[in-house]
Design a binder for this molecule. Structure first.
Ligand code: FAD
Length: 390
C-alpha cells in the first residue's frame, strides 16, 4: 500500500504508543471496566482528536484515509480507545460539514484539543436500524427547544460535554425524515443537568468495556434554538446530516475491524511459534497453518477494502457502496479471526489471562454498530442494482 511520508510518520508514532502503552495493559483495564484516562491523555497529546479537523480550527487537517490508518493501529491495541476517539471524530465531521461558521468556531478547536468530549445519539430503546421511527421530540418554545424522550446506547454519554442528538421537530411529517433535526446539545460532563438523567454506571456489556454506553432520559430538557446543527436551515435536515456522519462512521468501524483482525492474527502467529504439541511447534501442523493463512488473507483484504473506501470518501466522491463493503467484510473478518485466534490458543484462548477472549467479546459489536451487517448488505445490493438500472 502506498502511504505518503506524513502517513507513514503518524502511523509509526501511533504504532509505538500502542505497542508500548496499550497492548500490555488493555486487558486488565478492560476486565476492570476502567476508563483508560492516561491512554486517552497520550492520544490527546498526539493530537489524534483533531486528526480530521482543519488546521484553521486547531486540528491536524488530515484526511479520512489517514484517520482510518490511525484507527486500525489503535484498535489493534484496544477497540475501546477507538470508541472514545470516534465520539469526537463523528461530531467534528458533522459540525465541519453541516454546522454554521459560528458553530465551527465554537466547537471544533475544543474538540481538536479534547477539552470537549462528544457523544452521538440516534438509537432509542425501540429503534436502532429504523432511524426514522425514533420518538424523541424537540418542541420549539420561544428561543429554545424542549427535548423529551429516551435515548439508548450512547457511547461516551456521561463524560461528553456535547451530545450530537437526533430528534423529531415535526413528528407528523411525511416522509418522517423531513421532520427530523440534529442538535448539538451542550451539557456539563459527568452530571445530570435539569431535564436530563443519565443513569450510571451505564449499560452492562459483553465487551467494549472501559468506555460508558448510557441511556439519556430527556424530560423537559431545554436547549437554545442556536443549538440546531446548521442553524435555522438545519431544521428538518437532521436525518440527512446524521446519515452522512454514519457513512464516515462506517469507514471508522471497518478500520476497527482491520485492527482487531490484525491483533488476532499477530497473537495467533506468536503463539503458534511458542506452543508445542506432538513434538513440534503447533505452527508446523498444517491445520494451524491453514487457519493462519485464512486469518492473514482476511486481515489484508479487509485493510485494502477499508483504505479504498476511505480514499474514495476523502476525495469527496460518493462512497456508500465501498464503505458498506469495507464495513461488512472487515468486521466479519474480525469476528472470524477472533474465533480462529481462540482456537489456535486452545484452552488458553478461553482463559482471562490471554487476549483472545477480549477479541472474541469485542468483535461482535462491530457486526452491529454503525448499521448492522445485514443493513450493509442491503446498501451494497441496492447500490449495485441502482447502478445497473441507470
Ligand atoms: C456497545 C454499543 C454501543 C453503541 N453506541 C451507540 C452510540 O454511541 N450512538 C448510537 O446512536 N447508537 C449506538 N449503539 C446502537 C447501535 O447503533 C444499534 O444497536 C444498531 O444500530 C442496531 O440497532 P438495534 O440494536 O435497535 O437493532 P435492530 O434495528 O432492532 O435490529 C435487530 C436485527 O434485525 C436486523 N434488521 C433490522 N432491520 C432490517 C432490515 N431492514 N433488513 C434486514 N435485517 C434487518 C438487524 O440487522 C439485526 O440483526 C450502540 C450499540 C452498542 C451495543
Amino acid at each position: 500500500m502506498n502511504l505518503t511520508a506524513d502517513q507513514r510518520e503518524i502511523v509509526a508514532v501511533v504504532r509505538e504508543f500502542i505497542d508500548r502503552d496499550v497492548i500490555p495493559f488493555a486487558s486488565e483495564l478492560e476486565h476492570a471496566d476502567e476508563y483508560p484516562e492516561s491512554m486517552v491523555e497520550t492520544m490527546r497529546e498526539l493530537g489524534l482528536f483533531g486528526t480530521t479537523i482543519p488546521e484553521e480550527y486547531g486540528g491536524l487537517g488530515l484526511g479520512l484515509d489517514t484517520y482510518a490508518l490511525i484507527v486500525m493501529e489503535i484498535s489493534r491495541g484496544w477497540v475501546t480507545l477507538s470508541g472514545i476517539l470516534n465520539g469526537s471524530f463523528i461530531a467534528a465531521t458533522m459540525i465541519r460539514l453541516h454546522g454554521t461558521e459560528e458553530q465551527r468556531q465554537h466547537f471544533l478547536p475544543r474538540l481538536a484539543t479534547m477539552e470537549l468530549r462528544s457523544s452521538f445519539s440516534m438509537t432509542e430503546p425501540h429503534a436502532g436500524s429504523d432511524v426514522q421511527s425514533i420518538r424523541t421530540t424537540a418542541t420549539r418554545d420561544g428561543g429554545e427547544y424542549v427535548i423529551d424522550g429516551q435515548k439508548m446506547w450512547v457511547t461516551n454519554g456521561w463524560r461528553s460535554g456535547i451530545v450530537m442528538l437526533l430528534a423529531k421537530t415535526d413528528p407528523a411529517a411525511d416522509p418522517a425524515h423531513t421532520g427530523m433535526t440534529g442538535f448539538i446539545v451542550e451539557k456539563e460532563p459527568e452530571t445530570n443537568p435539569p431535564g436530563l438523567t443519565i443513569p450510571m454506571p451505564g449499560l452492562k456489556k459483553l465487551g467494549y468495556k472501559g468506555v460508558e454506553s448510557t441511556e439519556l432520559v430527556f424530560d423537559g430538557f431545554r436547549t437554545p434554538a442556536a443549538s440546531v446543527l446548521g442553524g435555522e436551515e438545519g431544521v428538518g435536515r437532521g436525518f440527512k446530516y446524521f446519515m452522512s456522519g454514519i457513512e464516515v462512521g462506517r469507514v471508522n468501524v471497518a478500520a476497527r475491524g482491520v485492527g482487531l483482525a490484525q491483533a488476532a492474527l499477530d497473537d495467533a502467529i506468536r503463539y503458534a511459534q511458542e506452543r508445542e504439541a506432538f513434538g513440534k511447534k503447533i505452527g508446523h501442523h498444517q491445520a494451524v497453518q491453514l487457519m493462519i493463512a485464512k486469518m492473514a488473507t482476511r486481515a489484508e483484504a479487509a485493510r485494502l477494502l477499508t483504505i479504498q473506501a476511505a480514499q474514495k470518501k476523502a476525495s469527496g466522491e460518493r462512497a456508500d457502496l465501498e464503505a458498506g463493503m469495507a464495513k461488512y467484510f472487515a468486521t466479519e473478518a474480525a469476528q472470524e479471526n477472533a474465533l480462529d485466534c481462540m482456537r489456535i490458543h486452545g484452552g488458553y484462548g478461553y482463559s482471562l489471562e490471554y487476549r483472545p477472549e477480549r477479541y472474541y467479546r469485542d468483535a461482535p459489536l462491530l457486526l452491529i454498530g454503525e448499521g448492522s451487517n445485514e443493513i450493509q448488505q442491503l446498501i451494497i445490493a441496492r447500490r449495485l442494482l441502482e447502478r445497473s438500472a441507470s
